[in-house]
Write a protein that binds this ligand. Structure first.
Ligand SMILES: Cc1cc2nc3c(=O)[nH]c(=O)nc-3n(C[C@H](O)[C@H](O)[C@H](O)COP(=O)(O)OP(=O)(O)OC[C@H]3O[C@@H](n4cnc5c(N)ncnc54)[C@H](O)[C@@H]3O)c2cc1C
Length: 458
């Protein structure tokens, strides 16, 4: 692991008289390229103490529903088995994040946790660190989810991809580090926890909101993620330069796995870049999305205050143009109910919405088109923003991600530029059905979505 991934919060001597090395796992729900797990395993061997991997399910966590939980819990159940095979206790606890993690600190020899980026996840970590320091517990935060650690990439809210790109490209090779796992020598603790129950019981215990149910099209888990990555590399990667076309289905569909940390971006970068000689244009196009676009979104939520509120999420020029066009006539208005039922006059929007509702995923180009249409069909920009973000985070398995906030803010000009002025949109970029028809065989996309079934694969 590269040393830049580690932030020591409290470096007091270890508490040798206590029971376990505590690793609170939240962001990196995997074994591979999990630097926090690497550090925790190493500490367990060095201090000859059992390792407790703690995972906390917080039933009050904002916007989480049955779809998100089932995907995550599928991953956790296989992770539990893999950890146990390595002599590591997987302790699943249920309750509000901070209080529940803090409960486990008093018996810890040393405390390790992974880094979070959104406001809510950072606030929990801050509270937990305060409690750990108050207990004089040595505490280390380890960055697992980005290729270039966030504060090494940049120390400010970046304006656009072009301002962050050179900073990332300069450093990326330094941070393609492997995580080396050294299984603990000490026998694991076997204290009873929710981890002993099956996934269905976890779901019942957290009383997940079942209004949006598990996607039959995606199953969570590290092994599935790694297998999907290899299939993508073998079969689709070299066609990625044509992946902008939603009718072709050439994208990796790895975003749900990246979101839950079931897949490491470092691993994806390494495996994909190994194909550089085979098809350089496609590989470079993919790495641009994975490195530059994704890490720009993390920069956005980490440094740009108010990234998730209408009044603060975009740039001044964008507010000015939206304000200037606030009173423009909006001839077509739809409600959230119309969207939920994919019932508008626009077959392309309806197809995209159906993909979102039934599968929990949507092609990137259609995400842009879908959002731009909701802007066009809303009474005002604030309502549009709130509707888009709500639907995004409710239906997408990869929702509530830094990419969610950056993607939605992009619809309102963030990380974009001014375009030709027009009604409603002002200088915000506009998209219409004629563009879809001109560029793609969009009817083929619609036909594919028409074949989607609520409970079986197409
Ligand atoms: C309105 C809107 C909403 C969005 N909401 C989300 C969201 O909730 N969650 C989410 O993960 N992404 C979101 N995105 C970004 C992007 O659409 C998805 O990451 C991408 O479609 C995921 O599909 P994939 O894994 O098949 O992508 P691929 O094309 O295979 O790309 C590989 C990886 O690169 C990254 N990536 C690709 N495109 C982008 C992009 N435009 N911006 C940032 N990173 C990118 C992702 O990590 C992705 O998994 C949104 C974009 C827009 C315009």
């Amino acid at each position: 692991m590269h040393k830049d991934r580690v932030t020591p919060h409290h470096t007091s001597p270890i508490r040798q008289d206590q029971t376990y090395i505590l690793y609170w796992m939240q962001a990196a729900q995997r074994l591979h390229e999990n630097y926090a797990l690497e550090a925790a395993m190493r500490a367990s061997v060095r201090h000859n103490k059992p390792l407790r991997v703690l995972f906390v399910l917080d039933p009050t966590f904002k916007e989480a529903n049955h779809r998100h939980y089932s995907f995550m819990l599928e991953g956790l159940s296989s992770l539990r088995d893999k950890l146990r095979a390595l002599n590591i206790e997987f302790y699943l606890d249920i309750g509000p994040f901070t209080d529940t993690v803090v409960k486990h600190l008093s018996r810890a020899v040393l405390f390790i946790f992974d880094k979070g980026y959104t406001r809510a996840l950072r606030a929990v970590r801050l509270a937990v660190v305060e409690a750990a320091i108050a207990e004089n517990l040595p505490t280390y935060e380890i960055e697992t989810e980005l290729i270039v650690p966030i504060e090494k990439a940049s120390q400010k809210c970046e304006y656009a991809a072009r301002t962050l790109r050179p900073k990332l490209l300069r450093q990326v090779e330094t941070y393609l580090d492997e995580a080396v796992l050294t299984p603990p020598l000490h026998a694991p603790l076997a204290e009873p926890s929710y981890a002993d129950m099956p996934v269905e019981a976890w779901l019942t215990h957290i009383e997940a909101d079942t209004s949006i149910r598990k996607s039959p099209y995606f199953t969570g888990g590290e092994d599935i993620a790694l297998a999907r990555l290899e299939t993508f590399i073998d079969e689709l990667l070299c066609h990625y330069d044509k992946s902008n076309d939603p009718s072709l289905n050439l994208t990796s569909q790895l975003s749900p796995y990246l979101h839950f940390g079931q897949l490491s971006a470092v691993r994806v970068y390494q495996r994909v870049s190994a194909a550089l000689d085979r098809c350089p244009v496609a590989v470079e196009g993919f790495l641009e999305q994975l490195l530059v676009r994704r890490e720009l979104a993390f920069n956005f939520v980490y440094y740009c205050n108010g990234y998730d509120r209408f009044d603060t999420m975009t740039d001044r020029w964008a507010y000015e143009t939206m304000h200037a066009h606030a009173d423009d006539h909006r001839p077509i208005l739809y409600t959230k109910d119309d969207y939920h039922r994919y019932d508008t006059h626009d077959p392309y929007f309806n197809a995209a919405m159906k993909e979102m509702v039934l599968t929990g995923y949507m092609h990137n180009y259609m995400r842009m088109y879908w959002g731009k249409k909701i802007i066009e069909w809303s009474p005002d920009m604030k309502t549009a923003y709130e509707t888009i973000l709500e639907l995004n985070n409710a239906y997408f398995i990869d929702g509530r991600d830094p990419n969610s906030y950056a993607g939605v803010a992009w619809l309102f000009g963030r990380h974009d530029r001014a375009w030709t002025r027009r009604d409603i949109f002002g200088s915000l970029r506009y998209m219409n059905a004629a563009g879809l028809k001109r560029k793609f065989d969009i009817e083929a996309y619609v036909e594919r979505m028409e074949r989607l079934q609520p409970s079986k694969k197409s």
